[in-house]
Ligand binder design. Structure first.
Ligand code: ZN
Length: 476
């Protein structure tokens, strides 16, 4: 058993009064999601932190009069799920009308106009999403793109005021997830004006940190590189069916000028010490971004790309070579496996079978240790269990080893891509993302061990319980 002070990292005694835990969960498969895939039987929690992880007999002495004891009865316990690219305000406002897989696709297609017009509506949307996400074990997410770029936006879900509402909820202790947010100075899914984005980057770099970054943190900016292949607007080496190569989402007279302006935004954000979440799907856009990041990191006195943890968001057409380069630079690939399963045939029609066969390099990204998984809800449903299954399906379809041993090892890494790795994307791996002593007690209990059913069976495994900061916030 490992046991250490909850409040400090160097102490040797628990800080709970009398050495007892507030909450103990025991008699199950504790999947710590550390790198080696270590397991235990029981966990003790005190003051919102993990007090001890070990065998049942080692944890039982920490049970006192005030301890809530939960018998796991063989169920699995994992770190809370971190959906590292999820538009919670938009999800809450649109629900249940996701873009793909909605219960009533016709009704979903008709949703338009302002969905969250004012402070109250924005608050309701965030709280609605927060409850839904708790029900599937999500305890952290990244809200990628809130800010002045969308103050006149159609839906109202990305308006600057959304940040004010998050601040209020964080201060009142009402958030049901830990939130990382990226600031948006350009418009959503439209061309950015370079001067507007550059002045936004300066403004963000000068902004004071959030008062409690463990609950609400704003480490950087969202920048739009290009759009998506399905609208022929990803900037690509391969031509589309109409002979074009797509475009960049930057105002400019020529593709060369747009490329230089995008590179300038990336270099400026890096020089300012901001994390960049770059919406990029085409291989040419991704190549440009990696060059710009490498240039920025090579400047004297500049932080490394690793320190800032930039994120290529979507990266649908990233090549295997680009994925390896991301690993060298320390750049994350934040991907949505559901998009691969839902739009694969569509991509074949737009770009041909070779492009579709080489898209969505989840296996290469997993091997390179840069893969972070997310839902992009409300584009897709927020249920991560489906997207782990979809990632496995895609990797095997691309020639990944389908033997039981390889599948088990891969399931461990896919689960990490929804827990430990997004914590690293959040630059918070030292205090969340695994079940280890001293880390925050954000936990999820599944009705059975995912390794018994495999990735394909995971969507059928119910989520039984969600613990946030040591408090049970959802019970099935
Ligand atoms: Zn998105």
């Amino acid at each position: 058993m490992t046991r250490r002070s909850a409040a400090t990292t160097g102490g040797s005694a628990p800080t709970a009064p009398g050495g007892t835990a507030d909450l103990v969960l025991l008699g199950g498969a504790v999947l710590t999601m550390d790198e080696t895939g270590s397991r235990a039987d029981a966990v003790a929690v005190a003051d919102g932190r993990i007090l001890a992880v070990g065998a049942r007999a080692e944890i039982e002495p920490l049970i006192g009069e005030g301890t809530r004891v939960i018998e796991l009865d063989g169920r699995a316990l994992l770190p809370g799920i971190n959906d590292s690219h999820l538009h919670a305000t938009w999800l809450g406002a649109r629900w249940p009308h996701t873009f793909f897989g909605a219960p009533d696709p016709e009704a979903a297609a008709q949703v338009s106009g302002v969905l969250a017009a004012d402070r109250e509506a924005r608050r309701t949307a965030i709280l609605t999403a927060g409850r839904m996400l708790s029900e599937v074990g999500i305890t952290s997410y990244t809200e990628p793109g809130i800010g002045p770029g969308e103050d006149d936006g159609e839906t109202g879900c990305f308006h600057s005021e959304v940040l004010d509402v998050y601040r209020e909820l964080a201060a009142a202790g009402e958030l049901r997830q830990r939130v990382t947010m990226l600031a948006l100075y350009g418009v959503l899914d439209g061309p950015s004006d370079v001067e507007t984005v550059l002045s936004g980057i300066r403004e963000r770099a000068a902004a004071a940190p959030e008062p409690d970054p463990a609950w609400l943190n704003m480490p950087g900016v969202k920048i739009f590189g290009d759009l998506i292949p399905l609208s022929r607007q990803a900037w690509t080496e391969r031509p589309y069916d109409d002979g074009t190569h797509g475009d960049l989402l930057v105002n400019g007279d020529s593709i060369e000028q747009k490329a230089e302006r995008l590179a300038e935004m990336i270099r400026s954000a890096h020089a300012a010490g901001l994390q960049i979440g770059l919406h990029a799907t085409g291989d040419r856009t991704i190549g440009l971004a990696l060059d710009a990041i490498a240039d920025a990191a090579a400047q004297p006195g500049a932080p490394s790309a690793q320190q800032l943890g930039h994120v290529i968001i979507h990266g649908d057409l990233a090549t295997a070579e680009q994925v390896r380069r991301m690993a060298e630079l320390g750049v994350w690939l934040n991907a949505q496996p559901g998009i691969a399963s839902i739009t694969g045939a569509w991509l074949t029609a737009m770009m041909g079978p070779d492009a579709a066969a080489e898209a969505w390099q989840f296996g290469a990204a997993l091997d390179a240790e840069v893969l972070v998984l997310s839902s992009d809800a409300p584009v897709l449903h927020h249920d991560w269990r489906h997207w782990i299954a979809a990632a496995e399906e895609r990797i095997v379809a691309m020639g990944g080893d389908a033997s039981p041993d390889a599948a088990r090892a891969r399931l461990h890494r896919l689960l990490r891509a929804y827990t430990a790795v997004p914590a690293a994307q959040d630059r918070a791996a030292s205090w969340k993302g695994t079940v280890e002593v001293g880390k925050v007690a954000d936990l999820v209990v599944l009705a059975s061990d995912p390794f018994e059913v495999g990735a394909a069976g995971l969507p059928e495994v119910p989520v039984d319980l969600t613990v946030l900061d040591g408090r049970v916030i959802f019970e099935r």
